[in-house]
Design a protein around this ligand. Structure first.
Ligand code: PMP
Length: 448
């Protein structure tokens, strides 16, 4: 831990270890302490650290050019990555726009949707319905569609907050996620919200196919995703999938939408697409949306770094590595094994109230009582404390308060897609020890 004062500031005052090197699934600080990256950073470093082929592709691009302004030049890297993205995304999503991260990609999708509505004479449509809890980004537009009070509340006077529908947390509501009636029950909430708002005012519905940071790997109940897509079509509402966290193999398919054969109007992507090698995000939009916008005078949107050739070269090389190493299949296989191990930990540790996930997007949620599903007391700051305990043991995991940001804590366990069973053993052992220590620490507060 560095003792010197820092000019940098992010979240709090607490200093962090200084990162020295990262290779594969491991990271080392300058004191030589080794960490297993059990959350791939923030579910970003999907192919592991310091992949030599990606570094080499970046070196080659750097020697050619690192920047070409998108209104002056096309580049081979961005053209190739756009073609590859169009080939990997569902039918019709043939028009691609690159940015530098997830929030930028979400902003781009909202603005494209609105410009499409204007271009086709549907200017009354402007509301973007999303879910609560959800996370779509930190910029004011993306935050307005984020359902997570601790992050949105301070800024609400400055934003046009958008309508929310409940995320389908069947495990809390005591409903069977495998029963199609459960999926339809939650999907119906979207229909009711569209009708309450007035369908002619609703522009889009945006959803994370498998919940990420805010819900902790929430897998939708059977029938839910297909039904919300149908409802969107029925009311002329654009269907936007936020695959920022789920994309690039994380859930055991290249895109989570493949689990349900979804055909969104717009898909947003980031994180795993350049896997932490460069800042990269993007949206793939259906040509039926983009053509009218271009006909109407062009897309009024852009970031200086949009389509950056170095970021695109890194993205291209990352996708090549995912394909060459069979990482999507490995994520599906290792994800199953990891879920089994987490369920075994739940058998041993009463503090775990739920285990869930898909592929290598997995999580467990703390509860003080499994029967009543009561969360741990907020004052314990379990999400924070558990991460610290695991960290000291050499395991990085990612945690957040779950339930509308007011109560409930989950821990995401999302190692890089290159993990093998030995890594999973290591993760499980460290989690086991961290859970035992955490339970011993908090037991006095629970017994009170
Ligand atoms: N959407 C989702 C689903 C995300 O998980 C995130 C990041 N956690 C974002 C959008 C925002 O991405 P970024 O942090 O790159 O702006």
């Amino acid at each position: 831990m560095s003792a010197k004062p820092s000019h940098l500031f992010y979240q709090g005052r607490e200093r962090k270890p200084v990162l020295d090197q990262a290779r594969g699934v491991y990271m080392w600080d300058v004191d030589g302490k080794r960490y297993l990256d059990g959350s791939s950073g923030a579910m970003v470093c999907n192919i592991g650290h310091s992949n030599e082929n990606v570094l080499e592709a970046m070196r080659r691009q750097m020697e050619k050019s690192t920047f070409g302004y998108r209104l002056h030049f096309e580049t081979e890297a961005s053209e190739k990555l756009a073609s590859k993205t169009a080939a990997l995304t569902p039918e019709g999503l043939n028009r691609v726009f690159f940015v530098s991260g997830g929030s930028e990609a979400v902003e781009s999708a909202i603005k494209l949707a609105r410009q499409y509505a204007l271009a086709v004479g549907q200017g009354s449509r402007w509301k973007v319905i999303s879910r609560s809890p959800s996370y779509h980004g930190c910029t004011l537009g993306a935050l307005a569609i984020t359902g997570y009070a601790p992050l949105t509340k301070p800024f609400e006077p400055m934003m046009q907050m958008m309508p929310k529908v409940p995320a389908p947390r069947a495990y809390l509501d005591g409903l069977d996620p495998d029963d199609i009636a459960t999926g339809h029950h939650y999907a119906h909430m979207l229909e009711a919200q569209i009708l309450a708002e007035g369908p002619e005012s609703v522009l889009a519905f945006i959803v994370e196919p498998v919940g990420g940071a805010s819900t902790g790997a929430l897998v939708p109940p059977r029938g839910y995703m297909e039904r919300v897509q149908e409802i969107c079509r029925q009311y002329g509402v654009l269907f936007i999938l936020d695959e920022v966290m789920t994309g690039a193999g994380r859930t055991g398919k290249f895109l989570a939408s493949e689990h349900w054969n979804l055909e969104p109007d717009i898909m947003v992507m980031s994180k795993g697409f350049a896997a932490g090698y460069m800042p990269l995000g993007g949206m793939a939009a259906h040509e039926r949306l983009v053509e009218p916008v271009l006909d109407a005078g062009g897309f009024l949107h852009g970031f200086t770094y949009a389509g950056n050739p170095l970021a695109c070269a890194a993205g291209l090389a990352v996708i090549d590595e995912i394909e060459r190493l069979g990482l999507v299949r490995n994520a599906a296989l290792m994800g199953e094994k990891l879920l089994t191990r987490l369920r075994e930990l739940m058998d041993r540790h009463a503090i775990i109230g739920d285990v869930r996930g898909m592929g290598l997007l997995t999580a467990f949620e703390f509860m003080s009582d499994r029967a009543t599903k009561a969360p741990l007391p907020k004052e314990l700051r379990a999400f924070d404390r558990f991460v610290q305990i695991a960290y000291v043991k050499g395991l990085i995991v990612y945690s957040r308060r779950t339930r509308d940001g007011v109560e409930g804590d989950h821990v995401l366990v999302c190692p890089p897609m290159i993990v093998n069973e030995t890594h999973l053993d290591e993760i499980t052992e460290m989690l086991d020890a961290a859970l035992a220590q955490f339970t011993a620490e908090i037991r006095p507060s629970l017994d009170k």
